[in-house]
Design a binder for this molecule. Structure first.
Ligand SMILES: [Zn+2]
Ligand SMILES: [Zn+2]
Length: 583
């Protein structure tokens, strides 16, 4: 089925939905109702928020409209007539849309039965052509996506040409729901959020924190082996720092300012800002001494907590947050070294992605500047074109497949983005490697080359496992909560059958823990079957069961998933599990 036809079908379904809503709630005001990637939506101004139960009623009314088999008739009105129409029907959003149309053009309308909508089309000719649809959810959405405007109610739905395709799609959505980190990450107690703490500020709970600790140690140790020098730098700095870096002029809206915002431009008053990146701080290590070409390359890394003031509407679980932790690093190198260093960064990222099992899910994006919007960037056209050409040459020589994206560069240089899709199909950046030809000169970083001349080093900004919170979210979705054994926050559950086995169980637990394995014991006064099921629901790999026989023979019964693996001596089992847990 051509995509265009599917869009037409879905957009027609949006009209039918709007008609149903108008029949049920005559005072509702209509905004817009386009087709989108997986379906359609329509925005309404309503007196109260809509509920899931009301969606069902709307869906029933839609089915009636489909059965009525109304014809969609096209007509046009002059600008003045169109305004009069919008005013007569008390549709202020439609009036605003008409105001946005070219003044010399007629406004296009579609009518089906008693319902008329301002719309350019196209649509299917009759309502009966919409055979398979489903309303999915309702959410708040600002008019024109602007927080300063009124919050409207957006109803999402989807439609297909056949019932079978619709059923298949709904099944996919169900599957995605089962993996959605925003649901199971909370159910399995990896993280939580609290309204009065704030949007995009997740509280990472012990299980999530354990996974992050394992990843962080793994990353820092590997980077140390690859010649990185660890730094630990401040979370905030005076505005002076960001003036040098350019963030103050280009990125101030994205930063959290500490102090009276009215004093932001008053140099006599101190103004601090939380850091959105680590570069200016790590540069100070370089600047602490004079450097010669013999010192280069210098590679710095830091597990850095960063803060970015993104709109609350865009927050999503652990994927879009306002405070996050980045495996951040900067490399200062000579022009001769930059190609190898850049490739080394890609190779390191690939190494980590391979290890955690996300390598097959990623794609590469070469993010360039937008030459038509130069105000968003620092540096001149010649430099940008030079560095982008140079970076393209390196990328081509690595043989990786990448797409090019205009307007996605950082404000100080182009970047390679490693992209990944979440369970809902939404793509985000996981890891970046950037070549920067601006900041070294802004911060006065130089080295003496072999001829005794002082020149600016190239700077590579890079992450290697990306944003830890986002990586955790993607791992939860990838494994549906069942982390691989080496990453699992709780690897083993010790299950005493009766109260008299508790003492033996606590000894087993102590031995497992001191052997570096992550274990818990379930001492609750519940049936063994219940405790096993609970451990399975918690995605715990190994269950060790202790009853009379095991205690007497000084053994444990081993169970994995639904498999009973029989009795084992504890020391032998510990050795086996340690080998499995090795990174
Ligand atoms: Zn339409
Ligand atoms: Zn940086």
């Amino acid at each position: 089925m051509p995509e265009q036809d599917l869009n037409t079908l879905r957009h027609t379904a949006a009209h039918i939905m709007a008609q149903a809503v108008k029949r049920l709630y005559p005072n509702v005001k209509l905004a817009i109702g386009p087709s989108i990637a997986d379906g359609f939506y329509y925005d309404f101004e309503t007196e109260t928020s809509l509920t899931a139960a009301e969606l069902e009623t709307i869906e029933k009314e839609m089915k009636k409209i489909v059965k009525e088999n109304l014809t969609l008739e096209h007509f046009t009105l002059s600008r003045e007539e169109a305004f009069a129409f919008a005013d007569k029907h008390n549709e202020p959003y439609k009036r605003e849309l008409i105001e946005g149309l070219p003044e010399n053009e007629e406004a296009s309308f579609y009518k089906q039965g008693e319902f008329t909508d301002l719309c350019a089309g196209p649509h299917l000719p009759r309502t009966r052509d919409v055979k398979a649809f489903k309303l999915l959810s309702v959410a708040g959405a600002y008019w024109r996506g602007d927080e300063k405007n009124k919050m409207l109610q957006r109803i999402y739905g989807t439609a297909f040409f056949s019932k079978a395709e619709l059923a298949e799609h709904l099944e996919r959505l169900e599957e995605a729901k089962k993996r959605d980190h925003n649901k199971i990450g909370r159910d399995l107690e990896y993280f939580t959020t609290v309204d009065y703490i704030g949007q995009g500020l997740p509280v990472i709970m012990p299980k999530g924190a354990k996974v992050l600790q394992i990843l962080q140690r793994f990353v820092e140790d590997e980077e140390c082996r690859r010649g990185y020098l660890l730094t630990k730098t401040p979370f905030m700095a005076k505005r002076d720092t960001y003036k040098i870096s350019g963030h103050w002029d280009v990125y101030r809206d994205g930063m959290f300012l500490l102090g009276n915002e009215a004093d932001a431009n008053d140099e006599s008053k101190e103004m601090l800002a939380l850091r959105p990146m680590t570069c200016p701080f790590q540069f100070q290590v370089y600047l602490n001494k004079t450097r010669s070409y013999r010192d280069l390359p210098m590679r710095f890394n830091e597990t850095a907590t960063l803060f970015r003031n993104e709109s609350s509407g865009s927050m999503h679980g652990l994927i879009r947050v306002r405070q996050f932790t980045l495996s951040e690093g900067h490399i200062a190198c000579t022009p001769e070294q930059v190609e190898d260093e850049f490739k080394g960064c890609i190779e390191l990222a690939q190494f980590f992605l391979e290890k955690i099992g996300l390598a097959e899910d990623i794609s590469y994006r070469f993010s360039k500047w937008d030459a038509n919007d130069k105000g968003k960037y620092i540096g001149d056209e010649k430099e940008w074109e030079h560095v982008q050409g140079f970076m393209k040459k390196i990328l081509d020589s690595t043989g990786i497949n990448y797409v090019e994206a205009d307007g996605e560069a950082a404000f100080y240089g182009p970047k390679l983005d490693i992209q990944i899709k979440n369970v809902h199909g939404k793509e985000d950046t996981l890891i970046t490697v950037q070549i920067d030809f601006q900041l070294a000169s802004r911060f006065g970083m130089v080295y003496t080359d072999a001829n005794g001349e002082k020149i600016n080093p190239y700077i590579i900004h890079r992450s290697s496992i990306g944003c830890y919170e986002r990586t955790l979210a993607l791992l939860i979705e990838k494994y549906a909560g069942a982390m691989p054994f080496w990453l699992a926050p709780v690897q083993i559950m010790v299950i005493p059958i009766a109260e008299r086995h508790q003492e033996a169980a606590s000894k087993v637990l102590a031995q497992l823990t001191s052997a570096g394995l992550r274990a818990e014991a379930d001492y609750r006064n519940e049936k063994m079957g219940f405790k096993i099921r609970e451990a399975q629901l918690q995605k715990i790999h190994v269950m060790l069961i202790l009853g009379d026989k095991e205690v007497e023979e000084n053994k444990v019964s081993v169970r994995r998933g639904n498999n009973d693996e029989g009795q084992m001596d504890l020391p032998a089992l510990i050795e086996k599990l340690q080998a499995e847990a090795a990174i």
